[in-house]
Unconditional design. Structure first.
Length: 266
């Protein structure tokens, strides 16, 4: 599928929220929350340096968790599309997953017992392709199905460089069948059919570096292609409550790291 960008009919951006008492009510209603700024410039510098070190091979990282842009033949900063399972394989990303300010927001949304289900760093280099409409939880066999993703901007995020678009309130509609094929290079992926998307409900989220957006695992969202000469890096960490457990194939189960409170599945 050829990359394309669809402009939000109402590109008014979701306003940052600073009043913590509004976090839970807004999130319950809209399925998305923006806190900008949240992560300090120093922390962002540390994260961006580590991404460059991984891309250069100066810091070891499992090859199977490094995903390249379609057509790329070698690993470098300009071809690296995604780093998977960041918090599990690198201490810098593990420290970010336990960031106190982020956990304070997550606690307001899902309670005091918090585990990390997964993490991904989306590099979106110049020319980086889109990610079409999908719901994270469609791929996550968990019980209860409660996931909140914190998406931290490592670069300024704009409409031009591939910001995230969401359908406000779509988390209340349940999981939709991802039945439309989408090809990313030679890899076959699936998306929510375009005809099921209500474009009148879409909003684009722009952020300054260090800003964070939080979205529900069932919220419909996508990101556009990067039409600029600079990367648009975003670090996503998926958080689940302490009582959440894996219900997928046992051989695919991974360790859920407790970052606040305790594991309450026993």
């Amino acid at each position: 599928m050829q990359s394309r960008e669809r402009q939000s009919p109402m590109p008014t951006l979701i306003a940052p929220t600073s009043d913590s008492t509004a976090f839970s009510p807004q999130f319950d209603l809209e399925g998305v929350l923006v806190v900008d700024p949240l992560v300090s410039p120093g922390d962002i510098d540390t994260l961006t340096l580590r991404t460059a070190e991984i891309a250069a091979g100066s810091v070891p990282y499992p090859d199977e968790h490094l995903e390249l842009e379609p057509g790329a033949t070698g690993l470098e900063l300009s071809t690296l599309r995604k780093i998977n399972h960041c918090h599990f394989h690198d201490e810098v990303f593990a420290a970010h997953a336990a960031h106190p300010g982020i956990l304070d927001v997550i606690e307001a949304l899902i309670g005091p017992d918090i585990k990390v289900f997964g993490s991904q760093l989306f590099m979106k280099p110049p020319g980086g392709v889109e990610k079409p409409w999908h719901q994270d939880s469609a791929y996550f066999p968990l019980d209860p199905q409660i996931v909140v993703t914190c998406w931290t901007a490592l670069d300024n995020v704009t409409l031009e460089n591939g910001c995230m678009h969401v359908i406000v309130g779509s988390h209340r509609d349940g999981i939709i069948d991802h039945s439309q094929e989408w090809m990313i290079g030679d890899r076959r992926d699936m998306q929510v059919p375009d005809e099921l998307i209500d474009e009148n409900r879409t909003r684009a989220i722009t952020l300054a570096a260090g800003g964070c957006s939080f979205h529900h695992g069932i919220l419909l969202h996508r990101s556009g292609p990067n039409h600029t000469a600079h990367s648009r890096r975003g670090l996503a960490v998926h958080y689940i409550p302490g009582n959440c457990r894996w219900i997928g194939p046992p051989e695919e189960e991974k360790e859920f790291q407790v970052v606040r409170g305790r594991d309450t599945t026993d």
